[in-house]
Write a protein that binds this ligand. Structure first.
Ligand code: PMT
Length: 219
């Protein structure tokens, strides 16, 4: 039995890594497993929300009751999000979107040759910043994956992107793992959540958002 705080609300979640192709058989990517984003999508759905999950390439089953849209690259993720975001109350950007992609994609497999090979990379669009800057943005939850200075960098991302909430985690404690240790940053300050499996952490985030949106009846 789960409290249906989000009944009647639509939530859009991104999860997993993106693959940025170099040639037909090689990609640039990162070690995100999708577990945190899938757990958050599942928790929002259990809390009554209509959840759409835009997912990078992962090997996880679709959470029960969630509509899943599969994408590969950051540009595909951006298009899938911008196409759907209107009408969503909440956007939770859990995906580890590649910040850069190869400037050129070779149509053929790159052959072994010179001793050194230099890759030119170009910036990918920042999907979350774009959503937060829409004329009628949803309530935006960003994640900050850092390897140091979590408080400083997470708080900076919240202010610079104009987000309602940032969930901060250390990459070494979060990426690919079943458990996570997160800190929530909003306009009221920082709230550390206890280390727990990602399903429990997701419920901690959902409860915090429900409180912030006044959806929990405290009477
Ligand atoms: O997938 P798991 O193995 O369970 O690992 C979980 C996680 C570590 C991936 C997750 O908890 C997490 O922290 N996700 C965000 C990872 C990330 O890319 O953080 P960032 O600090 O680089 O980006 C900040 C925010 O901007 C994120 O909400 C990200 O989704 C968003 N972003 C970043 C770059 C970009 N081009 N577009 C974006 O929307």
């Amino acid at each position: 039995f789960a409290p249906k705080w989000f009944s009647g609300h639509a939530v859009l979640v991104t999860a997993g890594p993106t693959y940025e192709p170099l040639d037909p058989v090689r990609v640039l990517t990162n070690l995100s497993s999708g577990k945190m984003g899938y757990a958050l999508a599942q928790a929002f759905a259990q809390a009554g929300a209509a959840v759409t999950l835009v997912s990078g390439p992962v090997s996880l089953p679709t959470p029960l009751g969630v509509t899943r849209v599969d994408v590969t690259t950051a540009e595909q993720m951006r298009a899938a999000v911008l196409e759907r975001v209107s009408g969503h109350r909440i956007f939770a950007s859990v995906a580890a979107v590649a910040d850069y992609r190869p400037a050129r994609v070779s149509p053929q497999k790159i052959k072994k040759g010179a001793e050194r090979l230099t890759l030119e990379l170009v910036r990918n669009p920042d999907i979350l910043a774009e959503v937060a800057a829409l004329p009628e943005p949803p309530w935006c939850i960003g994640f900050a994956a850092e390897s140091e200075n979590l408080d400083e960098y997470a708080e900076r991302k919240r202010r610079e992107k104009g987000l309602q909430l940032v969930v901060g985690n250390l990459v070494q404690e979060a990426m690919g793992r079943d458990e996570n240790t997160v800190v929530l940053y909003d306009e009221n300050g920082r709230i550390p959540l206890p280390t727990a499996d990602k399903a429990q952490v997701a419920w901690g985030i959902v409860r915090h958002v429900a409180r912030r949106l006044g959806l929990i009846d405290t009477a």
